[in-house]
Design a protein around this ligand. Structure first.
Ligand SMILES: [Fe+2]
Ligand SMILES: [Fe+2]
Length: 254
């Protein structure tokens, strides 16, 4: 697979317009509703490998750094960095699947409920949230409970008990939650949260803080700083195909 075949030269991202729409629609009510909807596995059965390959037709409008690189190319960039760093097979699988929730977009879901950074809903919005000012259009902006520091949560309740704005992180966590080690699942569930995590330390447990250091920061280096086109080659594709088909040979409900 050539690098050129992994790039959609027609695609243009529009990050600001995307977050304007995202912040107006992602409330506690809508995020919880989407979470419940996709828990029903509404996309139906397919093998993991087929789902991965379908990412060749998906681009992420919230990500200007990819410059037209498809989500299949980005999955390979991330997995290549992980493999080159000598990480084990579970990590390589995480690299391949971390953005696979973006298949929701190909199935007709609004990008506002699929891509972009995530943050807790049901409590005060953190000032580090990208395009923070657009949150004034959010239904929860002036809510008497949801606009307070803790909102519906208890101090140090733990990120695994927080409802995040809905997106591909939560989707893929739900699909794989019994299939991979807990620490890696924690990481994939929060991989779009890192940029605002400092605003929500009061909701984190000791475990969250430890996993943030030991896993999330490491993963960010593989996910965010590998978007160079030359890193996207499919030269390890056969190797990944062998791993994925051996570990997940049967169709999965998506
Ligand atoms: Fe992502
Ligand atoms: Fe990613």
């Amino acid at each position: 697979m050539t690098t050129e075949s992994l790039v959609n030269t027609q695609f243009k991202s529009d990050k600001e317009n995307f977050y304007m729409r995202h912040h107006a629609i992602q409330s506690l009510a809508t995020a919880a509703e989407k979470r419940e909807h996709y828990k029903q596995r509404v996309l139906g059965p397919a093998t993991l490998w087929d789902r991965l390959m379908s990412l060749k037709d998906v681009n992420d409008e919230s990500d200007a750094d990819l410059e037209g690189m498809t989500q299949l190319g980005h999955a390979l960039q991330t997995a290549n960095a992980i493999a080159n760093d000598g990480q084990d097979e579970d990590w390589i699988i995480i690299g391949l699947i971390h953005d696979l929730g973006k298949i929701m977009q190909a199935a007709g879901e609004k990008p506002e409920f699929v891509v972009g950074d995530v943050y807790p809903v049901g409590c005060q919005f953190g000032r580090k949230i990208v395009y923070y000012a657009y949150l004034q259009a959010n239904p929860d902006w002036n809510h008497p409970v949801y606009s307070t520091k803790y909102g519906i949560y208890e101090p140090e309740c733990g990120l695994m008990n927080v409802i995040m704005s809905f997106g591909h992180d939560e989707y893929i966590y739900q699909i794989f939650k019994d299939k991979l080690p807990y620490e890696l699942l924690w990481m994939v569930r929060h991989h779009s949260f890192q940029s605002v995590a400092d605003d929500y330390v009061h909701l984190m447990t000791k475990e969250d803080k430890e996993l943030r250091e030991s896993h999330m920061r490491k993963f960010m280096a593989y996910d965010l700083y590998t978007k160079d086109k030359y890193n996207a080659g499919g030269h390890k594709l056969k190797y990944y195909e062998e791993i994925v088909k051996r570990r997940f040979p049967e169709p999965i409900e998506w």
